[in-house]
Design a protein around this ligand. Structure first.
Ligand code: GTP
Ligand code: ZN
Length: 316
């Protein structure tokens, strides 16, 4: 049988088949996935094959195969083992909610987020929420940001979770897909998800009630089916998207408008910092690439170096 992991407790997995039957499953023996040093072998979103087994009148599944992941997001372990915890996999798209103020979302944050999702190969759609709440000047800035990011190739939408503006367009985008919602605390994620699926809140509560027995409420991701052929992955307690390990040389490749121009740089390993005849810097001079993007890029590069040095120091 084949199914998708909807929930993981670490030892048991809730797996749903294409015919919507849910099985409690465990893993057969030790199970290693090539190339990933991970604390958990399976994550929410994984597609798996399993056999059924009946013991004491209870039928459970034994997972023996995991299908290749299209993508996955990780969280680094806090300890020194350098192992990663896979939060979720096979995500079709992430909606990043953005508000100008209340709370402010700076372009530095948006760009860092986009670099991460580019590295993870997850499509990102930018949702400018709370558009009911802006004055003319602020709306102008929202339009400017939309122009900036759509020019790079990111889809942008204006929404008001509270007034229901744009909500049906978001729902349309979600059909047949597995989506996640991200953004700073207070941008309106819960309000929007509620507007999309008013009953989801209830479902979430039902499930967590059942699991209260354990008390230790580890924040595991969980997948939910919505009423209109769409799935949401909820990652309680996971705010950002974690930092992916990136080489300094590849960060620019996750800025699509830099990557596109890189072939015209004099040096094929150009970092677009102080190299001569750099096509990216030329594009910034010509205002074809906004300076805010370049500034974010430099910040990420600088942060990366710092991170690298700290790691080296620890190893001594
Ligand atoms: N004016 C306006 N307010 C909104 C809108 N969407 C959400 N809010 C308000 O913003 C506040 C935060 O909304 P939440 O949905 O709790 O935000 P969140 O992103 O889920 O926040 P966390 O749970 O902390 O991550 C609430 O007071 C909402 O009523 C909107 O479209 N317009
Ligand atoms: Zn260059």
């Amino acid at each position: 049988m084949t199914g998708i992991v909807y929930k993981s407790t670490g030892s048991w997995y809730v797996v749903k088949t294409a015919s919507n039957t849910v099985y409690k499953c465990r893993i057969k023996g030790k199970f290693r996935i090539q190339g990933i040093k991970s604390t958990n072998p399976l994550a929410v979103g994984d597609s798996v094959d399993f056999d059924l087994e009946t013991k004491n009148n209870e039928t459970t599944g034994v997972i023996h195969t995991i299908h290749d992941r299209k993508n996955y997001i990780v969280r680094k372990s806090v300890n020194l083992s350098k192992r990663t915890h896979i939060i979720a996999s096979n995500i079709d798209q992430v909606f990043l909610l953005i508000t100008l103020n209340n709370p402010p979302t700076f372009t530095g944050f948006i760009d860092r987020f986009l670099v991460t999702t580019e590295a993870y190969q997850i499509k990102t759609i930018l949702l400018f929420n709370k558009i009911d709440d802006y004055n003319e000047e602020e709306l102008f800035e929202i339009k400017y940001l939309q122009h900036l990011y759509s020019k790079i190739g990111y889809e942008c939408m204006e929404v008001s979770a509270i007034e229901g503006i744009g909500v049906s367009s978001v729902k349309e985008k979600m059909i047949g897909k597995t989506s996640m919602f991200a953004g700073h605390s207070g941008v309106g994620k819960s309000t929007l998800v509620n507007a999309i699926e008013p009953n989801l809140d209830l479902k979430t509560k039902e499930i967590s009630e059942q699991h209260k027995q354990g008390q230790h409420t580890t924040t595991f991701a969980e997948m939910f089916d919505l009423s209109f052929d769409a799935r949401i992955i909820d990652t309680p307690g996971i705010k950002g998207f974690g930092i992916v390990d990136m080489e300094k040389e590849e960060i620019g490749d996750f800025f699509p408008e830099f990557f596109e121009r890189k072939q015209d740089c004099k040096f094929n390993n150009c970092l677009h910092i102080d190299e001569p005849k750099c096509a990216v810097k030329d594009a910034i001079e010509a205002d074809e690439i906004p300076y805010s993007r370049y500034k974010s890029y430099l910040q990420i590069i600088a942060g990366d170096e710092e991170h690298y040095r700290v790691d080296e120091y620890k190893r001594e």
